[in-house]
Design a protein around this ligand. Structure first.
Ligand code: TPP
Ligand code: MG
Length: 580
């Protein structure tokens, strides 16, 4: 039976469409040109929860964090001009990390568009390079189908952010509403599905004949749901795996074949393995410069297979022998039956020696009497349940998280990888916690990044978001200071940064606050903090000059890592203090 059409305003159509798309939470901030939509919200409050943020950048990051935690499309909303422009950092962050998001912005009325009207910004123009697609809706009759398309584009193929800009008169106009029921078929947009038989055969030929194969596991493994098949394949063929930052939780940390993260701050064993492999199988990753180092000398002796949903990533940075443009989970399902059982003891033994050497180099820093970020992160990992969600900000603490937190379960790490957006951590954690209400959610942030978006503490309190905030306070924009120390003769230009009294700040927001200055107080404070429901803040005052190693200097050969010294190489004083 055909449903009766209803007459609705554009503003009501927005909410109706969101309900039809299964949206339950919207992050936003009102203003003049989005007023009709906000006014219509009152009729939808029983189905959609609106989270009032403190800055629109926070809305975009929260929608992003919500999307990453839920696998659903995150929704952010803002007014025109300054509101819309404030979303851009969050949109660009989502774009770089392939996060499905729909951003709805108000726009000045159509009759003044282009006249530099009050709070007019060409937001579709401004966001063109950082959205997967964008729309300026000029007629209310097309509003429902545009919103439906926006969700479809955001979540299909390689996911990404889509912007829908709606002039105020379109929000006020009335149209007959019926949610479009026809399957969506967009000209020129047909996400690929499976590999051809020839591609599967070519990949299998390389996999089954390699002696030193290595899987590079990226975000796409998690996003396409390919993890189980990947594990089955590497176990059968005894293939070691290294992960990107966003693929860090794409296989259990303790899995014997997992070499951990590759790249600039990756594990030495992973980087050596890349350089010495005779086959690289790149799954849902994009050969970012942070993981390849110098392209000219990248993995010189290997044949290469690259599987990615986005055709534009294939042969972009690294030339490969077999390029497969399809859904990764589907392709691994196709490949799996043909993968031969093999043991690769010699290759794994070589790798094991690199791993043992690296473990030795970690000992001094984990045992150091001075409080270090690595110790804090390892302690959080030991204290919290395995399914806890860790959201890191950007900087040294982010890399330490990737190195020292053992992610056993998938979808337990959220971080800004591609754009490296400081200020992402707290709002993304709030967004994630509003979906994963039964999970422990930790924002691990630096003193610099936290101060970029700390106003969102207000949102966390208003929502009683269950977010535990660990500020790794080293008094510096640490990662930049590290570069200055290594490459700019230790001239610390504008990297020392002061902080407010974070315990008092927490108090001002009505949040329990703690300060930890000694290693022996970490665990007891974590225990105490975890007892509180709702937001909690802990400041860890750590060594100011801590470093993140290994480090491949930008543009260098992956093999040329600057390493933490092996205990045998420590200066005599350091060895003595360790013994005492
Ligand atoms: C929005 C933004 N501005 C600047 C940078 C450059 N940047 C990268 S890491 C970093 C320092 C981060 O300092 P902090 O948050 O204290 O973390 P730490 O490195 O000390 O752990 C800076 C400034 C960035 N990534 N993002
Ligand atoms: Mg810092």
């Amino acid at each position: 039976m055909a449903k009766a059409k209803r007459e609705l305003t554009g503003a009501e159509i927005v909410w109706e469409c969101l309900v039809h798309e299964g949206v339950r939470t919207v992050f936003g901030y009102p203003g003049g040109t989005i007023l009709p939509v906000y006014d219509a919200l009152s009729d939808y409050r029983d189905r959609i929860h609106h989270v009032l943020v403190r800055h629109e950048q926070g809305a975009a990051h929260m929608a992003d964090g919500y999307a990453r935690a839920s696998g659903e499309v995150g929704v952010a909303m803002a007014t025109s001009g300054p509101g819309a422009v404030n979303l851009i950092t969050g949109i660009a962050t989502a774009m770089m990390d392939s996060i499905p998001m729909v951003c709805i912005t108000g726009q000045v009325p159509t009759n003044v568009l282009g006249s530099d009207a009050f709070q007019e910004t060409d937001i579709t123009g401004a966001t063109l390079p950082v959205t997967k697609h964008s729309y300026l809706v000029m007629e209310v009759d097309s509003l429902a189908s545009v919103i439906q398309e926006a969700f479809y584009i955001a979540r299909t193929g390689r996911p990404g952010p889509v912007l829908v800009d709606i002039p105020k008169d379109v929000q006020n106009a009335v149209a007959e509403f019926e949610y479009p029921s026809d399957p969506i078929d967009l000209p020129g947009y047909h996400p690929p599905e499976q590999a051809t038989d020839e591609e599967v055969a070519a990949a299998l030929e390389l996999i089954n004949s390699a002696d030193r194969p290595l899987v590079l596991s990226g975000h796409g493994v998690l996003m396409s749901g390919a993890r189980d098949d990947l594990i089955a394949i590497v176990e059968r063929a005894d293939i070691p795996v290294t992960t990107t930052l966003l693929g860090n939780d794409s296989l259990p940390h303790s899995h014997p074949l997992n070499l951990g993260m590759m790249g600039m701050h990756g594990n030495a064993s992973a980087n050596h393995a890349i350089q010495q492999a005779d086959l690289i199988i790149a799954c849902g990753m994009r050969f970012d410069d942070r993981v390849t180092g110098k392209l000219k000398t990248y993995s010189p002796d290997s044949r290469k297979i690259h599987i990615d949903i986005d055709a534009s990533e294939l042969n972009k940075n690294v030339r490969v022998d077999v390029a497969i443009n399809a859904d990764l989970a589907t392709v691994l399902g196709q490949i799996k039956p043909g993968v031969k059982k093999r043991k690769r003891s010699k290759w794994l033994k070589t790798i094991q020696a690199w791993r043992e050497d690296a473990a030795q180099r970690d000992v001094l820093q984990l045992e150091s009497e001075t409080l270090l970020g690595a110790q804090v992160i390892r302690s959080i990992c030991e204290a919290v349940p395995e399914d806890s969600l860790i959201v890191s900000d950007v900087g040294q603490h982010q890399m330490l998280e990737a190195q020292y937190y053992s992610h056993e379960q998938p979808h337990t790490l959220i971080t800004s990888g591609g754009l490296g957006t400081m200020g992402f951590g707290l709002p993304a954690a709030i967004g994630a916690s509003l979906h994963k209400k039964d999970r422990e959610v930790w924002a691990i942030v630096g003193d610099g990044g936290f101060q970029m978006t700390l106003q969102e503490l207000g949102t966390a309190v208003q929502e009683q978001a269950n977010v535990k905030i660990a500020i790794i306070n080293n008094g510096y924009l640490g990662m930049v200071r590290q570069w200055q120390q290594m490459f700019y003769n230790a001239r610390y230009a504008e990297t020392p940064i002061s902080s407010p009294d974070y315990v008092k700040l927490a108090e001002a927001y009505g949040v329990p606050g703690y300060r930890v200055q000694r290693r022996e107080d970490i665990q007891s404070t974590l225990k105490e903090a975890r007892r509180h429901k709702g937001p909690v803040l802990i400041e860890f005052v750590v060594e100011q000059h801590g470093m993140v190693f290994p480090m491949v200097p930008a543009g260098e050969d992956l093999q040329n890592m600057i390493r933490r010294p092996h205990p045998e190489e420590q200066p005599p004083d350091a060895r003595r203090s360790k013994k005492s």
